[in-house]
Design a binder for this molecule. Structure first.
Ligand code: FAD
Ligand code: FMN
Length: 644
C-alpha cells in the first residue's frame, strides 16, 4: 500500500491552498429546483460528497445566462436571487474542510429544451449532433452580452463564498462551439483562424479576471481533444494554451470529448482503462506552467498518486468514483483499500438517467447517491429477522442495506456462488468488473454481519418452518423459451449455457434474440473467433447506440462481422438449418451448427404465494418482479431494506 504522499500533498492554485490533490469534478445532478435555485437535495448530496475529503470540489454546471442552461432545471447564477442557495453549498464544503469552485456554464446549442423553443444560440447555425436541431447564430451584441454574463456570474460566485470559479470550456458547450471549426463557421473576428476561434474563450477569461480581481483563482476546463471526426486534437490547441493563461486562467482541467463523441468518451465506458486520458493532461502540462488536472476513469487513488508522482498532472479528478463511493479516499487513507466500491463505468445511474430520462443523478451500484434525503441512516427501530432469497445484484444490495440498518439477515442462494446473473454478464469482453463488484459486495454483506448461505434453495417448506419476520424475494427472472418447432433439438442451447462454458458452440452459430443478453452472447462468441448470426424480431435492437455500452457493443458486433438480421423471426429449427421469416419472405439459413436462445426472462412467480398465504411481509424486487437491469435491481433491493 502506497502512502499516497503525492496525492495527499497540499497544492496552491494562485492564492488558494488545497489540502490535497483530489478533485471532485463538476457533475450535473439535476437535483436543483425547477427554477435553477439550489434545492435541499443538492445540499444533502453535496454534504455527502464533501465527507469524502476532496481538496477541491467543483460544483456542477451553473448557467451564467438565461439562454445558457442545458436543461431547464440547471442551477443558475445569472441573477442575485441564486446567491443565497449557492452560499449554502460553499458553507457545506468549508465545514468539511474542502475548497469549492463553481463551474460557469453556457450550453450554446446543446440544450434540447431551448432548441425546441427555437431559443438556443451558438456561434453558427449548425445543428446539434446530439439533438439534431439547429440553433440561431449569435449576433455580435449577443456575444458581448454573454461575455459580460460570465463576468457577472463570477462576481456572484465570489459573493456566495466560492474559493474559485471554473470556466466551462469543454464538452462541446458554447466555448468549445467557438473553438471548434466544426461548429464555428463565422466570418467575423470570432471565426476562421484558430486565433479567432479562441477569441471568445480569451474574452470570457479576461472579463472574469477583470471582474473578480487578480487574487481569485480561475480554472479553465477544456476538452484536450474533441474526439470526433474532423475535430481538433491536443497538438492543435497546445499553441494557444499559454494565451489562455495570459487571459486569466490559473489552472487547466484537461477533460476530453464533445457532445456526439462516439461512445460517450467524456465519461468513458468500461472499455477504457483507468487513467486512459492522462497522456493528454501531460501534453497540456508541456504547454503551460500552471497546475493541470487529469481526469478519466480514475477509480484507484494509487494510480492517481503515481500520475502525480511522475509529473504527468498536478491534481486528479475522480468523477463517477465519487458517486460510487464518496468515502474511497478515507478508506485508502485508513489502509483498507479492499473496502472501496469501484465504479464499473456502466453509466446507468449517472449519465443515462440524466441524458435519456432527464432523471436525477444516481449510481447503479450505490443506492445512497442522489437519494441522500430518503436514505435511511439507521439503526432500524425494530430489529427484524429478515430472509433475502437470491444473491444477485438485487439480493446482495438488499442484504447489505438490511444488515447495515441492524436487521438479522440471512441471504440464501441456491447456486454455489453468489452474483446471480453477474456470473454471466461479466463474461463478455471488458466486463470482468461486474463480477468483481459482485465478489466485493458479498464480502461487504458478510462484514456487515449477514449470514450468507450458498447452495441453499429456499422452498415453501423452509419458509413455513423458518417463519421469518420479512422476506425480500430477489430470485431473478425465469428463462423464456420460445415455442419454435425444433427448440428441443440437441443443437439448441441457451445463452447462459454458453456464457457459463457449459456449451462451447462451434461452426456457424445463430443467436436468437437481439436484446442485451443476445448481443453480449454474440460479443462473447465473436471474441472467441466464432461466426455468429443474430436474429431479432424487432426492427432495431432494444440496446440503444446512444448509451456508451450500447455504442461499444454495436461497434464490436459490426467490426466482428456479426450478421445482424432484424425484423426477422425464426419459424423452424432443423438439424443443420433454420427457417426465418422477414417481411413476409421465408428464408433458410444453412449450415447452422448451433442455435443459442437469448430471448430474455420473465418474472418469477414461485414463493410469492406461500408468503401471501402466511401473511409474511415481503417485497419482490429486481428481475423477479420484472426482468430489467442492475440499476433497477439494486434500487429496489435497497428500498425494500429501508422499508422493512
Ligand atoms: C449476459 C448478460 C449480460 C447482462 N449485462 C448487463 C449489463 O451490462 N448491465 C445491466 O444492468 N444488466 C445486465 N444484465 C442483466 C442483469 O444481470 C440483471 O438484470 C440482474 O442481475 C438482476 O438482478 P437480480 O438480483 O434481480 O436477479 P439475478 O441476478 O438473476 O439473481 C437471482 C438469484 O436468485 C437465485 N435464486 C433463485 N431462486 C432461488 C431460491 N428459491 N433460493 C435461493 N436462491 C434463488 C438465483 O440462483 C440467482 O443467483 C445482463 C444479464 C445477462 C444474462
Ligand atoms: C452524471 C455526470 C454529470 C456530469 N456533469 C458535468 C458537468 O456539469 N460539467 C462538466 O464539466 N463535466 C461533467 N461531467 C463529466 C465529469 O466531470 C468527468 O469529467 C467525467 O465523468 C470523467 O471522469 P470519471 O471517469 O472520473 O467519471 C459529468 C459526468 C457525469 C457522470
Amino acid at each position: 500500500m502506497s502512502s499516497l504522499k503525492n496525492l495527499l500533498s497540499p497544492i496552491k492554485i494562485k492564492t488558494l491552498q488545497l489540502a490535497n490533490r483530489v478533485v471532485l469534478p463538476p457533475m450535473g445532478t439535476n437535483l436543483g429546483n425547477a427554477d435553477g435555485t439550489v434545492s435541499e437535495a443538492n445540499l444533502a448530496y453535496l454534504k455527502r460528497m464533501a465527507r469524502g475529503g476532496a481538496g477541491l470540489i467543483i460544483v456542477e454546471v451553473c448557467a451564467v445566462h438565461p439562454s445558457g442552461p442545458s436543461i431547464n432545471s440547471e442551477l443558475g447564477v445569472h441573477d442575485d436571487r441564486f446567491i443565497p442557495g449557492l452560499k449554502k453549498l460553499t458553507e457545506i464544503a468549508h465545514t468539511a474542510g474542502s475548497k469549492i469552485a463553481l463551474q460557469l456554464h453556457h450550453a450554446g446549442r446543446e440544450s434540447l429544451y431551448l432548441l425546441q423553443q427555437k431559443k438556443a444560440i451558438a456561434p453558427s447555425p449548425i445543428r446539434s449532433l446530439v439533438f439534431g436541431l439547429t440553433p440561431r447564430e449569435m449576433t455580435l451584441d449577443e456575444i458581448h452580452e454573454i461575455i459580460a454574463a460570465f463576468g457577472d456570474a463570477a462576481v456572484r460566485a465570489r459573493k456566495a463564498g466560492f474559493d474559485a470559479v471554473e470556466v466551462h470550456g469543454a464538452h462541446g458547450y458554447l466555448l468549445t462551439q467557438f473553438l471548434s471549426a466544426l461548429s464555428n463557421q463565422r466570418s467575423d473576428e470570432y471565426g476562421g483562424s484558430l486565433a479567432n476561434r479562441s477569441r471568445f474563450i480569451m474574452e470570457v477569461l479576461r472579463e472574469v479576471r477583470k471582474r473578480v480581481g487578480e487574487d481569485f483563482p480561475i480554472s479553465l476546463r477544456i476538452s484536450a481533444e474533441e474526439f470526433i471526426k474532423g475535430g481538433y486534437k491536443v497538438e492543435d490547441i497546445q499553441p494557444i494554451l499559454p494565451d489562455f493563461l495570459k487571459a486569466g486562467a490559473d489552472m487547466i482541467h484537461a477533460s476530453l470529448g464533445t457532445h456526439g463523441s462516439p461512445g460517450g468518451i467524456t465519461s468513458a465506458p468500461i472499455e477504457y482503462e483507468p487513467g486512459f486520458n492522462v497522456w493528454r493532461a501531460k501534453k497540456v502540462k508541456e504547454a503551460v506552467n500552471v497546475p493541470v488536472i487529469a481526469v478519466g476513469r480514475f477509480v484507484d487513488p494509487n494510480l492517481a498518486d503515481e500520475v502525480i508522482g511522475r509529473g504527468e498532472a498536478d491534481l486528479v479528478a475522480f468523477g463517477r468514483q465519487f458517486l460510487t463511493d464518496p468515502d474511497f479516499l478515507t478508506k485508502a487513507r485508513e489502509g483498507r483499500p479492499e473496502d472501496i466500491r469501484k465504479c464499473i463505468a456502466c453509466n446507468q445511474g449517472c449519465i443515462e438517467r440524466l441524458i435519456l430520462g432527464e432523471g436525477t443523478i444516481r449510481c447503479a451500484i450505490n443506492p445512497e447517491t442522489g437519494q441522500e434525503t430518503v436514505y435511511q441512516q439507521g439503526p432500524a427501530a425494530v430489529r427484524r429477522n429478515v430472509w433475502v432469497v437470491g444473491a444477485g445484484p438485487g439480493g446482495l444490495t438488499a442484504a447489505y442495506e438490511a444488515a447495515r440498518l441492524g436487521h438479522r439477515v440471512t441471504l440464501f442462494e441456491k447456486e454455489k456462488t453468489t452474483g446471480g446473473q453477474l456470473r454471466f454478464a461479466s463474461k463478455s469482453p471488458f466486463k470482468s468488473a461486474y463480477e468483481e463488484w459482485g465478489v466485493w459486495l458479498t464480502s461487504q454483506v458478510k462484514k456487515k454481519g449477514a449470514t450468507v448461505r450458498t447452495g441453499t434453495e429456499v422452498t415453501e417448506r423452509m419458509i413455513e418452518e423458518g417463519n421469518p419476520d420479512a422476506v425480500i424475494l430477489a430470485t431473478g427472472g425465469e428463462k423464456s423459451i420460445p415455442s419454435i418447432p425444433g427448440i428441443n433439438l440437441p443443437m439448441v442451447c441457451d445463452a447462459w449455457q454458453v456464457l457459463s462454458g457449459e456449451v462451447t458452440p462451434r461452426g456457424q452459430v445463430v443467436v436468437i434474440g437481439g436484446g442485451l443478453i443476445g448481443m453480449e452472447t454474440a460479443d462473447y462468441l465473436l471474441q472467441k473467433g466464432t461466426q455468429v448470426t443474430l436474429v431479432e424480431a424487432l426492427k432495431h435492437s432494444p440496446v440503444l447506440k446512444i448509451t456508451s455500452h450500447g455504442y461499444m457493443l454495436h461497434t464490436r458486433l459490426r467490426d466482428g462481422k456479426c450478421k445482424l438480421l432484424f425484423s426477422t423471426e425464426v419459424k423452424k429449427i432443423e438439424e443443420g438449418s433454420i427457417t426465418t421469416l422477414c417481411e413476409g419472405e421465408e428464408q433458410i439459413l444453412s449450415p447452422v451448427d448451433q442455435v443459442v436462445i437469448a430471448v430474455g426472462l420473465k418474472p418469477r412467480e414461485d414463493l410469492k404465494k406461500i408468503l401471501q398465504t402466511r401473511g409474511i411481509p415481503h417485497f419482490v424486487i429486481g428481475d423477479a418482479a420484472q426482468p430489467r437491469r442492475i440499476m433497477e435491481a439494486t434500487e429496489e433491493g435497497a428500498k425494500a431494506a429501508w422499508n422493512l
